[in-house]
Design a protein around this ligand. Structure first.
Ligand code: F6P
Length: 200
């Protein structure tokens, strides 16, 4: 079976400012990661050949947000597909705020999320359960094609990772998803094997 590669986007300006959501570009450090990622893909091109889909191609999947598209942009020679379903959790009225601002200005929201992060839905936004549901078509395609998903974001990546690494639903919102790291998931007869490449 072919492995699947997952990675978050390179550090974004909103990451630097500690703001959630938004659609900011990547920082200098994020750009450095994007270059390293492209080198990694270039270097592993031959093993990536086995990850081609039913059209015989390796595809790079990103969300529709700038930070993921920019992270994948130095990778050349592969078709890139943008999925809206891969966009970050919609933080609704909290989009653009820091966690401290939410805690100060909307303490009930902050507490309810802390109590049940899986089910908590941001006002006019989404919950992790919503994200998991909208990822279903992506998972079906990913199972079929095993495309490397590059330039993705934390809530979405946690859900995809949990699905492939067989982690229970309640753990999904709490899985550690570091920046600047590639996660390779390989499913075999003896279970799931995982390798992490920390590029920076
Ligand atoms: O801070 C980066 C970010 O991707 C936000 O845009 C998003 O709301 C958050 O992480 C998701 O992580 P958590 O669910 O742990 O708040």
């Amino acid at each position: 079976p072919r492995p699947i590669l997952l990675t978050r986007h390179g550090e974004s300006l909103d990451n630097v400012r500690g703001r959630i959501g938004g659609d900011s570009v990547i920082s200098d450090s994020g750009e450095l990661y994007a270059k390293k990622l492209a080198n990694f893909v270039e270097k592993h091109k031959f093993s990536l050949q086995v990850m081609c889909n039913d059209k015989g191609r390796v595809e790079i999947w990103t969300s529709t947000l700038q930070r993921t598209i920019l992270t994948a942009s130095p990778i050349v020679g592969f078709p890139k597909i943008q999925w809206r379903a891969l966009d970050e959790i919609n933080a609704g009225v909290c989009d653009g705020m820091t966690y401290d601002e939410i805690k100060k200005n909307m303490p009930e929201e902050y507490e309810s999320r802390k109590k049940d992060k899986l089910r908590y839905r941001y006002p006019r936004g989404e919950s992790y359960l919503d994200v998991i549901q909208r990822l279903e078509p992506v998972i079906i395609e990913l199972e079929r094609q095993r495309a490397p998903v590059v330039g993705d974001i934390s809530s979405v990546l946690r859900a995809l990772y949990a699905y492939f690494a067989d982690r229970p639903l309640k753990e999904v919102p709490h899985i550690e998803m570091p920046l600047h790291t590639i996660i390779e998931i390989q499913m075999g007869v003896t279970g799931v094997q995982e390798k992490r490449y920390k590029l920076m």
